[in-house]
Write a protein that binds this ligand. Structure first.
Ligand code: ADP
Ligand code: TRP
Length: 325
């Protein structure tokens, strides 16, 4: 019998998430649980390339685990785990690094981009794509859905798997297919640039009610008088409202723009309400999870066990192929 398609993706625990992270990364990752046999992990080894504070690392891992569960990740359907709970990944990363030409890593944009943004140029930051390849190859993943920014890392992964297979025999590693999510639109920030934690223009997924309203009220608009029609193109309110509103509510807002007679304050109020309602069930679930820390630990421990079983199988195969066993 054909084994269900194995899909894998990782999410970096980078602190409080904004709605851009939700629509661009978290929601599509959670959607995988209905597409095949999904492995979703929290990439905590990776985030050590940027986070040096142990308390912050622990808190970030916990927060992203709770947020994923609150947003519908179902640990009955998904193998959900923390990267560092499967230390075998380091062994595979080492083996991959022995076949990885330096020139392959020198070509990677993300290293240069991160250094340009002031992140310290450590060996780990440079070798990050090798660890990411190990994340994927350790579980015989067939498909890896990621955003465009990760495309090059998947090419490195396929390249390294091919090199291992050439050197040690076909079938030593499964060469995965990338699935690049081109269709995920970039969520604009409150100032019109891409929403990003580095630009301080984000709307948090789980902000407090008053503070979130205040942020929404800060959205930049033009000075069209209330009675006049308002431009639809270039509006920052409409694309954000689109994320939360149903079709009828969205159409009504477009028409109110075109007709005139409704002010930006009113549109922002509708946006604030839609945002608040959209996350309401997730917010409630999140409160419950925060009050029950044992549950989150249990979920991650179970996921770690499942992931380690699989990792042991693959690492055993690779060890035999390369001559370590
Ligand atoms: P940030 O720009 O806030 O630092 P990251 O680079 O840590 O965000 O991105 C984490 C994930 O969230 C990535 O998969 C990225 O594609 C997604 N993401 C971040 N910002 C947005 C956005 N504005 N719109 C859509 N997806 C986004
Ligand atoms: N590098 C990815 C990011 O920054 C996270 C990640 C780590 C990942 N390992 C992975 C994604 C393996 C997919 C598969 O978003």
């Amino acid at each position: 019998m054909l084994r269900a398609m194995r899909i894998l993706t990782g999410i970096q625990p980078s602190g409080t998430l904004h709605i851009g992270n939700y629509f661009g990364a978290m929601k599509p990752a959670i959607g995988l649980q209905d597409e095949g046999e999904a492995f979703i992990f929290i990439a905590d080894y990776h985030s050590m390339t940027t986070v040096r504070d142990p308390e912050a690392l622990r808190a970030n891992v916990r927060e992203v685990a709770i947020d994923l569960l609150a947003c519908g990740l179902d640990p009955q359907k998904v193998v959900f785990f923390r990267q560092s709970d499967v230390p075998e990944v380091n062994e595979l990363a080492w083996i991959l690094s022995t076949v990885c030409p330096l020139s392959l890593l020198e070509k990677c944009h993300s290293y240069k981009d991160k250094v340009a943004r002031g992140i310290s140029p450590s060996h780990a930051l440079f070798a990050y794509p090798v660890l990411m390849a190990a994340d994927i190859l350790l579980y015989d993943a067939a498909r890896v859905p990621v955003g465009k920014d990760q495309k090059q890392h998947l090419e490195v992964t396929r390249d390294l798997a091919g090199k291992v297979n050439d050197a040690y025999g076909e079938g030593t590693l499964v060469v995965p297919e990338p699935v690049i999510r081109d269709e995920v639109a970039v969520v604009p920030g409150l100032d019109g640039q891409k929403m990003s934690k580095s630009y301080n223009n984000g709307l948090p997924m789980f902000g407090a009610e008053k503070a979130s309203k205040k942020l929404i009220m800060r959205i930049v608009t033009d000075s069209t008088p209330v009675e006049d029609p308002k431009p639809v193109d270039g509006s920052l309110i409409l694309p954000l409202f689109r994320l939360f509103a149903d079709d009828a509510a969205y159409r009504a807002m477009v028409e109110d723009h075109q007709r005139g007679g409704v002010g930006y304050g009113d549109f922002k109020k509708r946006l604030a309400e839609a945002y608040w309602d959209y996350f309401a069930p997730m917010r409630a679930r999140r409160e419950e999870l925060m009050a029950d820390s044992g549950h989150v630990d249990e979920v991650l421990a179970r996921g770690a066990g499942q992931a380690r079983n699989e990792a042991a199988r693959v690492v055993g195969r690779v060890r035999r192929a390369v001559g370590l066993a």
